[in-house]
Design a protein around this ligand. Structure first.
Ligand code: AHR
Length: 344
């Protein structure tokens, strides 16, 4: 499936406010509602636990967060596309940013007796009960891209990045750009998401090594371009002439901030340095145009690692608890050469 086609399908689904269907021929999609597929047992029959159907094909449920950013679209594409390539029976649910929808989807996957459940937790807390239900049903959970605050025995593996390290690297890059001196504003991701909490922690901790650098203000932009712009406009009004750099927890918010900086008659990357996280094409285009400085990569193409781990779990093999992604740091100086090689 082509990435652009997927984004178009996802966007139209968002407008309809429904779950999308039929993206990949080998995939089935599911709404976050209780399944009605299982027939009720006959009254006089002895109550037995339902037998899991024997199936050689890998059956996987994936509870996605939504479509808040270009990064998320790339991750969804990677999951759908890899399932299609491998012939996995994928049941995919888009929670439209709501944890309650993700929880409903997980319960539906449990009823459908999938082999493995993947979830990208929108926030860190509130998962223990439903993960226990999956464990009791013998279905392993794989956390994809974001962590959940649960005991380790409630999930089989976490596949994703070191968000604290990303925050530390962003701070080092900002320090180098500002000559170790200056005032920064921070655009946080979704409140309560591990990607936001850890990126904030990594950045703040690292900044402790630079006594002449400080965070002037920090506020959530919810990982979206529109909110990133809105919050940056407010920062520019509140701190006129005082902002030397903006640190955004993702590229989409940085792109929104760049618009706000330009609207205020300033030059992004020159008057105000711009450092963000993800590595989506849009930020490479901005760097190539001289409007952003650095992006710290966070790889969304997790489909191959996810389905490998799911297959291993189905085959009874053990998998690593933290399957890490390989990632780099990209700067304005090489953006024009890097751009054609970007996959998302
Ligand atoms: O969890 C990863 C983060 O979620 C990405 O950095 C951001 O763009 C996305 O929305």
């Amino acid at each position: 499936m082509k990435f652009k086609k997927l984004v178009a399908v996802l966007s139209s689904v968002l407008l309809m406010g429904t779950m999308f269907a039929g993206c990949a021929p080998s995939s089935t999609t599911t709404a976050p509602a209780a399944s009605t597929e299982k027939a009720a047992p006959a009254a006089q029959e002895e109550a037995k636990p339902a037998e899991k159907p024997k199936n050689d094909k890998l059956v996987v449920g994936f509870a996605q967060i939504g479509q808040e950013s270009g990064w998320r679209d790339a991750e969804t594409w990677s999951i759908l596309n890899t399932a299609e390539e491998l012939g996995v029976d994928l049941k995919f649910s888009d929670a439209q940013q709501k944890q309650e929808n993700q929880i409903k989807a997980i319960r539906t996957f449990i009823q459908q007796q999938v082999d493995v459940i993947g979830v990208a937790p929108v926030v860190e807390t509130g998962w223990e009960t439903v993960f226990k239900e999956a464990k009791d049903a013998g279905i392993p959970i794989i956390l994809v891209d974001r962590r959940a605050d649960v005991p380790e025995d409630l999930y089989a593996a976490f596949i994703g990045s070191d968000f604290i390290l990303e925050g530390q690297n962003a701070a080092k890059e900002m320090a180098a750009l500002l000559g170790n001196k200056g005032s920064i504003v921070e655009l946080q991701g979704t409140v309560g998401a591990s990607a936001a909490t850890d990126r904030m922690k990594g950045f703040t901790d690292e900044l402790g090594n630079y006594p002449d650098m400080k965070i002037l203000a920090s506020q959530t932009g919810d990982f979206t371009r529109a909110k990133g712009k809105e919050v940056m406009e407010a920062f520019l009004k509140a701190y006129p002439g005082q902002i030397n750099g903006v640190y955004a927890h993702n590229d989409d918010m940085a792109l929104g901030a760049i618009e706000a900086i330009k609207d205020a008659g300033l030059k992004p990357s020159v008057d105000i340095k711009v450092v963000s996280i993800d590595g989506v094409k849009g930020i490479f285009e901005a760097m190539a145009a001289g409007e952003a400085n650095v992006t710290v990569e966070c790889n969304p193409l997790l489909g191959p690692q996810f389905f490998q781990a799911a297959q291993d779990l189905k085959d009874g093999k053990t998998v690593e608890k933290w399957i890490k992604s390989d990632e780099g740091i990209f700067r304005q100086e090489t953006a024009k050469e890097d751009l054609p090689n970007r996959k998302y």
